[in-house]
Design a protein around this ligand. Structure first.
Ligand code: MIC
Ligand code: SF4
Length: 639
């Protein structure tokens, strides 16, 4: 029986475990990446492991999230990451060099290699045939130290593409279409492989848009074959030597096959506040728009930007609209400047922001009160833009331009002819903003620079056999890590200051949570389906740990968050009968007796002070049981 592309890469990197769906497997990791909002914590964790030099083939630390620097905190953290990188063998991509996923694709990604990154959109690398996963910072730290990365062997979903996209229909619409079909839970436990004749019609940046948004499906990762288009992209980056052709076997077996005819797609849009709330753009025609943002790791490639500039050229945006454009990397921005496209954007009235995440994570450019914002980004979770009552829609760059020019949601096909854009055969290569690590001898004498914003981690709490705790919070379905640990300009600078961050935990759902949790002592949070979807931020586990949360009982969990909870020593438990969720009330006292035996049998009994007896299930590997007993991965790794 043949293998899928992902199975081939897994097989070549398998350290332990059997490649059977649902079994835990350990993978050797070739490359790692971090960004600054999760990186500080990841490097603090790496430092505690006492390893001199990273043991990966390539590790890169990017600064792209916390670039507003409205106080000393971010600059201190950047300096810390730069110094820790220099000392331990990690490449450092300076602020301004671009968004981690865009730069990694351009300069470092290699088909067939494994990559983990402390950012949920790391699967962007699947656009050039990498097997790339988003992970918690601690998992990345362990991989930098040469340790394996553990995942559950996923199912394989194949998406067969046929046909060709029509003008003004884009890779973003393909992403939205698959979200419409599968929903934000539909990819859970699966790797999505894109194949079929239609793949040949998609460029590498288009493929990367699609693998990037595979994260929104909850997928373990997404991957495209590595073919002549990949070769041409790497050649344009001066890296043809990194090319290797990769594809699935013709007789590979998939758990599910989905067919999409590219030529049948229309421009799509995700309505507030979930990426799978997808409808046709034409159905929202005429909705007034206050703000348009173009950029993010989903849609900030040179190809996207050239299309935007060509559509804006010689026109002026509507008075009522504020337009931001953030090119994905210094390479993209400088090529836009060289060819005059940047001037076209400026002349049309765009505010060009630096090459960073910016508005995508609420770092500036928050919309006006109850404002309608159309964004080419990947997430439109409530409050994420920094304006609580804003209505954020997700669209393609073409659709974004159409709204900026007309002031309302407009089918981009009404813009007339799509101007032809010419992609250069070679990109402008300038790696001067990537600082190489010191040679091993020199590194020994280097010191790491720490600022006052770096506070201690929360203390590990080994699990006990009996858990008595208060139900401090009960939330519904699809709770994202943006609900659990919000980001944005006011909070993001404190990612290495857990006590301060804790004040904002769950504030979107209940602003009394932090105070009540601290008072309650040991506590339990109850959730619905897909608890913890979205970002990889381990802070969504570390902060609840600090506040005393010992277990989360939910209908189901998102993959990276469940791993982060275990890494933090918090028990993720599921309802055996989802309807029992209804029986539990906030502030009840809950107990679980026989936690250790339950970890073995996969069943636990939860009782509350009203006499309910609720069956819970769990499924932990031997390694995870030990981690939980030790009080988290760090305590477990230190022995
Ligand atoms: C996001 O898009 O939510 C982020 C900010 O990039 C996060 C990482 C973080 O919270 O720092 C992610 O996607 O993992
Ligand atoms: Fe940055 Fe947004 Fe991409 Fe996250 S989704 S890495 S915040 S651009």
């Amino acid at each position: 029986m043949g293998l899928t592309l992902a199975q081939k890469i897994i097989k070549a990197h398998l350290v332990s475990g059997e490649m059977k769906v649902g079994e835990e497997i350990a993978l050797r990791i070739d490359q790692t990446l971090t960004q600054d909002a999760t990186g500080t914590m990841a490097y603090l964790e790496f430092e505690t492991m006492g390893i001199d030099r990273v043991r990966t083939e390539r590790s890169v630390a990017y600064i792209d999230h916390n670039t507003l620097q409205s106080g000393f905190e971010n600059a201190d953290d950047h300096r810390y990451i730069q110094s820790v990188a220099k000392k331990h063998g990690i490449y450092f991509s300076r602020p301004g060099n671009g968004i981690c996923h865009q730069v990694h694709l351009e300069r470092f990604g290699i088909p067939g290699k494994t990559l983990i990154g402390s950012d949920s959109h790391t699967p962007t690398g699947g656009g050039i045939g990498m097997l790339a996963f988003g992970a918690g910072g601690l998992d990345v730290a362990v991989a930098m130290g040469g340790g394996a990365y553990y995942i559950t062997m996923p199912k394989m979903i194949r998406v067969n593409l046929s046909g060709k996209l029509r003008p003004f229909v884009t890779a973003k619409d393909v992403s939205l279409e698959i979200l419409r079909i599968l929903s934000v839970k539909g990819g859970v436990g699966s790797i999505i492989e894109w194949g079929g004749e239609g793949v040949k019609t998609l460029s590498v940046p288009e493929r990367a848009t699609i693998t990037n948004m595979g994260t929104e499906l909850g997928a373990t990762t997404s991957i495209f074959p590595s073919d002549e288009t990949t070769r041409a992209f790497l050649a344009a980056e001066g890296r043809e030597g990194d090319f290797v052709a990769l594809a699935s076997d013709p007789d590979a077996v998939y758990d599910r096959v989905i067919d999409i005819d590219l030529s049948s797609l229309e421009p799509l849009i995700a309505k507030p506040h979930m990426p799978d709330n997808v409808v046709k753009v034409s159905s929202l025609k005429g909705t007034k728009v206050d703000q348009v943002c173009i950029g993010s790791c989903t849609n900030s490639s040179l190809q996207d930007m050239l299309k935007v500039a060509a559509l804006l050229k010689g026109k002026t945006i509507k008075d009522s609209v504020s337009l931001s454009i953030s090119p994905g990397s210094k390479q993209v921005l400088s090529m836009l400047a060289d060819c005059g496209a940047l001037a076209d954007m400026l002349a049309a009235g765009a505010r060009v922001l630096e090459c960073a995440c910016g508005p995508c994570i609420g770092m500036g450019f928050s919309p006006n009160s109850a404002g309608v914002s159309l964004r080419t980004f990947n997430r439109n979770f409530e409050g994420r833009s920094g304006t609580k009552d804003a209505k954020v829609y997700l669209v393609s760059p073409e659709c974004a331009v159409a709204a900026a020019l007309t002031g309302e949601i407009t089918d981009p096909r009404l813009l007339g002819e799509m101007p032809a854009i010419e992609m250069p055969a070679a990109f402008k290569i300038d790696d001067s903003a990537v600082i190489a690590p010191a040679a091993p001898e020199e590194a020994k004498s280097l010191s790491v620079l720490r600022g006052p914003n770096i506070k201690e981690f929360p203390k590990a709490k080994p699990q006990t056999d009996r858990l008595d705790a208060t139900l401090v919070l009960k939330v519904g379905d699809d709770i994202t890590t943006d609900h659990i640990m919000p980001a944005g300009a006011k909070i993001l600078p404190y990612r290495s200051n857990i006590p301060y961050l804790s004040k904002f935990c769950f504030a979107v759902c209940d602003d009394t949570f932090a105070e009540r949790a601290l008072k309650a002592g040991d506590s339990i949070v109850v959730g619905g389906v897909n608890y913890g979807q979205g970002s990889s931020r381990e802070h969504a586990a570390l902060v609840p740990l600090y506040l005393g949360v010992r277990a989360v009982v939910a209908k189901s969990f998102a993959r990276i968050h469940a791993a982060n909870l275990i890494n933090a020593g918090i028990l993720p438990l599921t309802f055996k009968n989802p309807e029992d969720y209804e029986l539990l009330d906030r502030d009840s006292r809950l107990s679980i007796d026989g936690v250790f035996a339950g970890m073995e049998t996969g069943e636990m009994l939860l009782t509350d002070d009203k006499g309910h007896k609720i069956a819970l299930t769990c499924s932990f590997t031997e390694r995870q049981k030990e981690i939980l007993k030790a009080g988290g991965l760090l305590a477990y790794t230190k022995g």
